[in-house]
Design a protein. Structure first.
Length: 274
């Protein structure tokens, strides 16, 4: 493993990844299309302006560093050109994908079958094409990430605002801190070209989640009109093995306990000190 790490595309996940990475690496850099605006919490020497669509920014990426790629790998031709320009074959590269890559949504089986890393993927999706290019040609480790939640990204608020509704659809989730730990474990222990599902391993229906939220916080949800969508149930066995190699495990395996903690912390932050 190199002594330096670059996080390409520093959004929500990077805020939780950076503090962990700084314990592992002597230098951690983060990129943004507008670093002055979005990376003000970092020292100036850690901020890098990078935009895949602007090749003139590629030269700002330091050589011989590990990389975590946090944005969709599109368009594929620019992905290929950047991968060659940055010599990605010579680096440890982790790419954050999505469990939406799996081509299993049309199953009539309920509950849906479990999905592991050998399941068919939808290569018609440009993002999946880019990820597969990086995996097969450049040795990238692909993390197929479930729905990310955590502080500031709270499923309770999704229900309160009507962003999600009560339905029989299965959803797979991962707490952002567990995602960050998985990224670092992948850099150290994952197989080059390997694929790992990143999920808490406990898929639930939105009906189950909405009922719990109503019971605990009296937040009601409306019924979904998309009753035919069943979702998927994602296995996380390979991820669990990866975390074990790194001497850790899931911190937030119980969604309902995690939501209670987020709600409690949100309430504390909203209550002024005496």
């Amino acid at each position: 493993m190199h002594r330096s790490l670059i996080i390409l595309g520093s959004g929500y996940t990077a805020k939780f990844l950076l503090p962990l990475a700084q314990h592992r690496y002597s230098q951690v850099f983060a990129t943004s299309r507008d670093p002055e605006r979005h990376l003000g919490h970092l020292s100036p020497d850690q901020r890098i302006r990078f935009d895949l669509a602007q090749p003139e920014t590629w030269q700002a990426i330091p050589p011989s560093t590990d990389i975590i790629w946090c944005f969709p790998a599109i368009p594929i031709e620019l992905v290929r050109q950047f991968a060659d320009a940055a010599s990605l074959r010579t680096r440890r590269l982790v790419v954050l994908g999505s469990t939406s890559a799996y081509d299993v949504e049309d199953s009539a089986e309920y509950p849906p079958s479990w999905v592991d890393e050998t399941a068919l993927i939808d290569l018609k999706k440009p993002r999946v094409q880019g990820e597969e290019l990086l995996r097969t040609s450049y040795g990238a480790i692909i993390l197929r990430v479930a729905g990310i939640y955590g502080p500031g990204r709270n499923p309770v608020e999704w229900i309160r605002t009507g962003r999600v509704n009560c339905s029989r659809k299965y959803v797979n989730l991962i707490h952002v801190e567990d995602l960050a730990s998985s990224c670092l474990a992948a850099l150290t222990h994952a197989d080059s070209g390997g694929v790992y599902n990143i999920s808490d391993g406990h898929p639930r229906t939105w009906m189950e989640i909405c009922q719990m939220v109503e019971q605990r916080w009296a937040i009601r949800s409306s019924d979904s009109q998309k009753s035919q969508v069943i979702g998927k149930r994602v296995l996380n066995r390979r991820m669990s093995e990866l975390l074990k190699l790194g001497g850790t495990g899931l911190r937030y395996g119980d969604l309902f306990e995690a939501l209670a903690l987020i709600q409690r912390n949100s309430l504390n932050e909203a209550t002024p000190s005496p």
